[in-house]
Design a protein around this ligand. Structure first.
Ligand code: SF4
Length: 366
């Protein structure tokens, strides 16, 4: 298989390829700088907000509502809390309700796939298994429309966590009151999806031309300004332009100016992962010397007799713990792929109970 660059396949870039191979090439292979549209900016803002509020809830075991965002998107907050209040009623053990895995990135080296999971939680007790939850900020669709994404993410999560698998999947349409789907996973569907993904990747790997594929979506294509077919697209979909009152000259001008501004400049990509430091009970170092925001040094311990993927964490040259096992594997991949990896103390917990925990933020920069 040819690898065009260090590209990792994802649900969204595979979808982009199906929509138009040329757009896929410009965005993911050539990494053309593209303007983020209002819709996706808002989507990221909402996702970040939900992540933040859940992160705080995991630590404080309650929801804090005093955020700027709450004033900006009161309805979304309302919808979110409404779903949470229904969810919490299912739990006898409230601590389990707060046991969430948030915004985790999973890499599958075999398929060179990556996925970013919004949230994983227990349905109501450990026996009933975990739920993979994806938040949607767009229009409500039927759950079947989300099966390709849910199936792929479930496959990747379960492969990584064979002893503690996802048994349910859920979609929350956070802009609509009470709009969510929760279903048991379908293993046949997952199998079929993985077969399909393998074929899709094989097709991409063999593609040398990345042909343009005209459709009305060209009018919202973030790389239309550099596409050789742009005029044909504009001529062909005139009625769509009129219907949506699109100013194509303005769209193309702004995108071109942005590209000129960014091209050749720093187009670094950043990924952020949150985790908790493991193995802190084995250190004699006073963990209270670690302050929020402090940089922690990561040291690979390839000779570690228990785990060759172990990554030790140091504060001011003192070993304070380890990166969690499952995350350490991903970090090795990132380091091998020349990512700069920065680790900071994000939160210090349990100070009053004398049971100090260190939440960490890991930033991967390429
Ligand atoms: S404008 Fe249309 S044909 Fe051109 S790259 Fe974008 S989606 Fe493909």
């Amino acid at each position: 298989m040819k690898r065009t660059n260090d590209l990792w396949y994802s649900f969204s870039n595979l979808e982009k390829y199906k929509q138009c191979p040329r757009a896929f090439k410009y965005i993911y292979v050539d990494r053309e700088p593209v303007l983020e549209n209002e819709w996706s900016k808002q989507g990221s803002e909402i996702h970040n907000f939900l992540e933040q509020i859940l992160k705080e809830a995991i630590v404080s075991k309650s929801f804090s509502l005093s955020t700027e965002f709450a004033n900006k998107y009161p309805e979304i907050l309302d919808n979110f809390l409404n779903l949470e209040s229904k969810r919490i009623k299912r739990f006898k053990d409230k601590d389990l309700y707060f046991e969430n895995e948030l915004e985790q990135k999973i890499y599958d080296e075999e398929l060179h796939l990556v996925c970013k999971i919004d949230r994983v939680y227990y349905l109501f007790d450990k026996d009933n298994g975990k739920v993979l939850l994806d938040y949607k900020t767009g229009k409500v669709k039927d759950i079947q429309d989300n099966y390709p994404q849910l199936a792929l993410y479930t496959y990747m999560y379960n492969k990584k966590n064979p002893l503690n698998t996802i048994k349910w999947w859920e979609i929350d349409y956070i802009k609509e009151k009470d709009k969510y789907f929760l279903e048991e996973i379908d293993n046949k569907l997952i199998e079929a999806r993985i077969k399909e993904v393998k074929e899709e990747i094989e097709t991409i790997e063999k593609d040398n031309t990345y042909d343009c594929k005209l459709s009305p979506l060209c009018l919202w294509c973030p790389v239309i300004h550099i596409c050789p077919m742009k005029q044909q697209a504009i001529n062909k979909f005139k009625s769509t332009i009129e219907k949506h009152k699109l100013d194509m000259d303005k769209i193309i001008k702004e995108a071109t100016e942005y590209r000129e501004l960014k091209k050749g400049k720093d187009t670094k990509k950043e990924l952020v992962v949150y985790s908790k430091l493991a193995g802190t009970t084995f250190t004699s170092y006073n963990l209270l010397l670690i302050k929020v925001g402090d940089t922690l040094q990561l040291v690979r311990e390839k000779d570690n007799k228990y785990d060759p993927n172990a990554i030790a964490v140091y504060h001011n040259n003192n070993k304070v713990g380890y990166i969690k096992k499952e995350l350490a594997v991903d970090l090795h991949i990132a380091l091998d792929n020349n990512y700069e990896v920065i680790c900071n103390a994000e939160n210090i917990t349990g100070q009053n109970k004398g049971n100090i925990g260190i939440n960490i933020k890991i930033t991967l920069i390429k």
